[in-house]
Design a protein around this ligand. Sequence first.
Ligand code: NAP
Ligand code: GLV
Length: 313
Amino acid sequence: MKLQLYVPDGRYAPWIDGFAEVLPEAQCVTWEDSQGQSVDYAVVWRPPVEMLRGRTDLKAIFNLGAGVDGILKLNAQHPDALPAGVPIIRLDDAGMAAQMAEYVTAAVLRYFRRLDVYDAQERAGTWKFQKPHRRADFTIGVMGVGTLGAHIARTLAGFGFPVRGWSRSPKTVDGVQSFHGEDGQAAFLDGLRVLVNVLPLTPETQDIIDTGLLHRLAHGAYLINVARGQHLVEEDLLAAVREGQIAGATLDVFRTEPLPADHPYWQEPRITITPHISALTLREDSIAQIAGKIRLLESGKPIAGVVDLQRGY
Ligand code: NAP
Ligand code: GLV
């Protein structure tokens, strides 16, 4: 069995060694070294458009991330970039849900305990009491209640916050009020104190966070975006922050990454920026998950995480 690997930073050795350890029956080779050869599986993150074109010999393509917008975008750039009929399989948690829950909880608690304001006061040398937020008034909405969103919502509910979730289909998550579909969106958003976005990027969800949506939230609400930059209309967020509708935003993802040095977000103290680190692809966990799925596929068994190309996630 042969695996073909592409990682944009070119640091192949730890991946090759990792697969050799957990899947010794397979030979793992870099894309560059395997061109023109027949391979069984491709394991990729943001591959070049030439890599997968016409590769209908592949049994499956494993995406080294939860989001598949990057790989699906290839087909928009070149109509035959992805081989028809070859399943694309995304990472399904693989250690990301815990990281996301930590990141989002840290951001929520920072706002809830007013540490954002105390940080600014410290920089100004100000000793001043801030009225605490009331937990009961601090309703948090999680957009996207899938592998990552469900874990985030459950974790926040564990802190005693009122938590709502919004997804395409109804969900049952302990301590979380479920809303679904376009019809359920307004009731989900109405009066939220914190909005967390963990939706996949699809044609339906692109630009979903705009002026109209931000103004459905409570006045002085907080936004946490850990999904994709393209979900958020940047100038609408800046306007909402400047007029006080949004009291603070924590953004991990951006339309252009790295965020350009002259981007106005850098100058806005109420916007907190991190460089796409809320949930990293963990190499060992990812290799273990992919190896497990390859074994299931080889024995004709079903696997989780197969991307529905119609839905786009
Ligand atoms: P997932 O398991 O596929 O969950 C997606 C959720 O979004 C599902 O609950 C789905 O509803 C819902 N959804 C999709 N389209 C919708 C729509 N039009 N309206 C309402 N709900 C919709 O995905 P995941 O593993 O949780 O990952 C989510 C995203 O996180 C990824 O796509 C990626 O962009 C992002 N991410 C970011 C980082 C980072 O470091 N910043 C790391 C990993 C992932 P149904 O369940 O009803 O289908
Ligand atoms: C990272 O952004 C991912 O989608 O896994």
